[in-house]
Write a protein that binds this ligand. Structure first.
Ligand SMILES: [Zn+2]
Length: 330
């Protein structure tokens, strides 16, 4: 075989000459592809009437017009398909066993300052938030099929609900060999309900605050600002999606992602329109709102009296005293 892949067809009688696309004379020679032994096209060739017609359409012009294919100039190379290892999973029993002992879970303890205990417990169990040794919290990542991909282990200050110390992972702690980590959204298991709108937060803590404060959404978390991209958003194209970025830079970045998505994605602007600090999140917003309400409430008045007079607590308990609202008195 010749090294040149395309050349003008050699003269082998009248049948190897064609009507010229320009002058219509049967003086046209077509280019042949020697890999396929076929003409490149019926218009790629040269008219032999060089002086009078001068039509010449080269293979290069043909490919510039029609686009190159990867194997046009090189022989196809067959590579063996790489064997893809399936994502590893963690035993579901381990996860289910952790969904308890919330009185020894700093995150859960902190949440009960802002929300009723029964509601906190219900949300933590529904979102697969577990308790780890040392009052730590595990945010399990479970996919739509119920497979446990891993768990993110974090420590919180129960008073401030701010994270302290390092992040750890269940697949590290349990020393799984050859673990093929493939993370999913925290809360991904809830996506089996396609009818409920989806809210995306950066961090797991925000997804939980969101679930408690805006229960109309199924909340999922990506882990961090950098973990969200257009591809991940596009995997949710069957859902009604709203992004809840942290205030400031993240808002701008996520707005761009929402715009680039293949379907309509909303970006919540509540945080942007507050006077909270750059980088503050849904959790900060909810805490600020709850504190404001508490300061205006009768409970805060009672608490301030209690601080002034230590006997007031026992008095309230003994006589089962209750605070009445104005409406109760009317
Ligand atoms: Zn011609």
């Amino acid at each position: 075989m010749s090294d040149i892949r395309y050349s003008l067809e050699k003269y082998k009688g009248r049948s190897t000459r064609y009507h010229c696309p320009k002058c219509q004379q049967r003086t046209f020679t077509r280019y042949v592809d020697h890999h396929t032994n076929k003409h490149l096209s019926d218009y790629t060739g040269r008219c032999n009437r060089v002086e009078k017609c001068a039509y010449h359409f080269t293979p290069k012009m043909y490919f510039e017009k029609n686009g190159y294919e990867s194997n046009d100039f090189t022989k196809p190379v067959f590579k063996p398909r790489p064997i893809t290892q399936p994502p590893s999973c963690i035993d579901k029993k381990l996860m289910l066993a952790s969904l308890t002992n919330y009185h020894q879970n700093n995150f859960a303890i902190g949440l009960t300052k802002y929300f009723p205990e029964h509601l906190v417990l219900e949300v933590l169990q529904r979102y697969y938030v577990g308790t780890a040794k040392g009052n730590k919290t595990i945010f399990w990542q479970v996919n739509r099929l119920g497979r446990v991909r891993t768990g993110k282990v974090m420590q919180y200050n129960s008073a401030t609900l701010k994270r302290v110390g390092y992040i750890n992972w269940v697949h590290h702690i349990t020393k799984q060999k050859d673990f093929n980590l493939k993370q999913v959204f925290f809360g991904a298991h809830l996506l089996i309900d396609k009818t409920k709108p989806v809210a995306i937060a950066e961090g797991e803590k925000n997804a939980i605050f969101g679930a408690l404060y805006y229960p109309q959404y199924n909340w999922i978390a990506v882990g961090s600002i950098e973990m969200l991209n257009v591809h991940k958003v596009n995997t949710l194209s069957g859902y009604q999606v709203t992004l809840f970025p942290d205030k400031g830079k993240a808002f701008e970045k996520w707005c761009k992602i929402a715009k680039a998505a293949c379907f309509i994605v909303c970006v919540n602007t509540v945080l942007e329109n507050t006077n909270l600090n750059e980088g503050d999140d849904v959790a900060d917003l909810v805490i600020a709102v709850k504190k404001e309400r508490y300061q205006d409430s009768s409970a805060s008045v009672i608490d301030s009296f209690k601080n002034k007079n230590e006997y007031l607590c026992s008095l309230i308990d003994r006589f089962k005293l209750k605070v009445l609202n104005h409406s109760d008195l009317a």
